[in-house]
Write a protein of this length. Structure first.
Length: 91
């Protein structure tokens, strides 16, 4: 996908915001901790990166659940397979 810089940065910020929300809500992190995690999970990639934005192929909910509960979260925590309405309202 070809992103304009404005589109990429807006999408990146939205995914960071959603990831940080999950880390606060489900991971018990502070605002500062959750944003540090979000920045680590969603670093800025320059426009010349060959796979820029590949992390967007799954939404922040999925990546945050993997970070908090591991690859088996969909089996071990089936209630977390999909995000709640609160999360969906972020976007």
């Amino acid at each position: 996908m070809t992103w304009s810089e404005t589109e990429y940065v807006a999408y990146l910020q939205g995914e960071r915001r959603a990831y940080a929300w999950v880390m606060r809500r489900y991971g018990g992190m502070t605002l500062t901790e959750s944003w540090a995690e979000a920045l680590g999970a969603y670093p800025y990639e320059s426009s010349d990166e060959p796979y820029r934005g590949l992390v967007f192929h799954d939404d922040a909910w999925h990546w945050a659940m993997l970070a908090l509960y591991g690859h088996g979260y969909t089996v071990e925590r089936p209630e977390l397979v999909g995000p709640p309405a609160e999360y969906l309202a972020l976007g």
